[in-house]
Design a protein around this ligand. Structure first.
Ligand code: F2R
Ligand code: MG
Ligand code: MG
Ligand code: MG
Length: 350
């Protein structure tokens, strides 16, 4: 019999994997109401027997590297993690990596990992990447630091800096890490308040999105502004509200951290209640299917939604055949178990 946290760790890991695998065929797709019907049928099929396994993409590949490095080093070792990212990229370069991040891998390898933080700083003329790549792989950090909030923020930021130095890229990873940690601490049978979930994130982001210039401008706290929109959208009533168009317009569905991390958090929370066009009693499936139905960066928004939802519900609520449709699901399960063993032995989680 698995402990509650064992189920939750597995749930979050397989959340990353199932969201990525099931979402990847729809990445960059503009999803219409016709496509949403196709998606309903496809998810029904995924709950049936497995004839063909779906390959995972960069989202799961990088998450796997983060987990493996934490397990092996029992700490966040940036050089080791950089080497794992690079090795995994050169072994399987066709996993759909972002076009910018590949330059980081090339420079890391070319410089023999002399200064592992330098290549990321040079991205986009020194501005750094604001892509969601640091957020999409952060789940193992939430598990590694599941009982320590300060450590969570520190390590979520540090792991980002290997590839993403733009504040949008880094803060997106911190926000995603916080959301997963919050889910890990909610009992799966508990009726929780979705507005309170967002309020907790808003309170925490106050200390992350510090108004360093003192100008009190909204753009100084961009994630805070998006989380306030998430709250407003959650307050809308009716199974078909808010509309897909409204969610995409306000929250976004693209590869930037700002317009994908709050979207994933919204999808997870919105799926606590029925959504028109999504026929399932399973709230995990509803969250995943809803996230993917927004199109755009569907694998990544699916994967980030899955990580948060899986951390809440645990593996028991993920339909087994959905898991079996995904490449390397046994390996992801094992990584979750190993990470729990390591996390339970760390003094900062005591
Ligand atoms: N890249 C994809 N999918 C499209 C390509 C698929 C592939 N070609 C295929 O078909 O096989 N998906 C994956 O990328 C996203 C995560 O990206 P990450 O790791 O953040 O990468 P990167 O390159 O750093 O950023 C992504 C793009 O964002 C734009 N960008 C970022 N910062 C910018 C800045 N400061 N100025 C201007 N543009 C910036 C660039 O276009 C980057 O290439 C996930 O969706 C993952 O699934
Ligand atoms: Mg991907
Ligand atoms: Mg990346
Ligand atoms: Mg993607």
């Amino acid at each position: 019999d698995l402990s509650l946290f064992a189920k939750k760790f597995r749930g979050s890991f397989l959340g990353v994997l199932t969201g990525d695998c099931l979402g990847s065929p729809y990445e960059n797709e503009k999803l219409t109401s016709g496509m949403r019907l196709v998606l309903q049928k496809s998810f029904d099929t995924m709950e049936g027997p497995v004839y063909k396994v779906i390959q995972y993409t960069d989202d799961s590949a990088m998450t796997k590297s983060v987990a493996e490095s934490l397990i092996e080093k029992k700490d966040l070792d940036l050089k080791d993690l950089a080497m794992k990212f690079v090795k995994s990229y050169y072994l399987e370069p066709n996993r759909g990596y972002g076009s910018g991040v590949v330059t980081v891998f090339q420079k890391l390898r070319g410089s023999k990992f002399a200064d592992v933080l330098l290549p990321a700083k040079e991205q986009f003329n020194g501005g750094g990447s604001f892509g969601n790549g640091a957020a999409m792989r952060v789940a193992p950090i939430s598990m590694f630091c599941y009982n320590n909030y300060d450590k969570l923020i520190e390590l979520a930021q540090k792991q980002s800096l290997l590839t993403h130095t733009h504040k949008i890229g880094v803060d997106g990873a911190i926000l995603q890490a916080m959301a997963i940690q919050q889910s890990l601490h909610i009992h799966p049978e508990e009726q929780f308040n979705v507005i309170e979930f967002v309020d907790q994130l808003l309170n925490k982001m106050k200390f992350v999105e510090i108004d360093e210039e003192g100008l009190d401008l909204i753009e100084a706290q961009p994630y805070t502004a998006q989380l306030k929109l998430v709250k407003n959208l959650l307050l809308e009533e009716g199974d078909d509200n808010p509309t897909h168009q409204k969610v995409i317009k306000l929250l976004g569905n693209d590869i930037s951290g700002l317009r994908s991390v709050p979207t994933a958090i919204f999808c997870f929370l919105r799926a606590q209640k029925p959504i028109s066009g999504i026929n399932t009693d399973n709230p995990y499936r509803r969250a995943l299917q809803y996230a993917i139905s927004l199109g755009g960066d569907a694998d990544t928004i699916g994967s980030m939604t899955g990580a948060i939802a899986g951390a809440l519900y645990g593996i028991d609520k993920i339909p087994p055949n959905i898991i079996h449709h995904c490449e390397a699901s046994d390996e992801f399960c094992q990584l979750a178990d190993n990470l729990l063993d390591i996390a339970n032995g760390l003094q900062w989680n005591l």
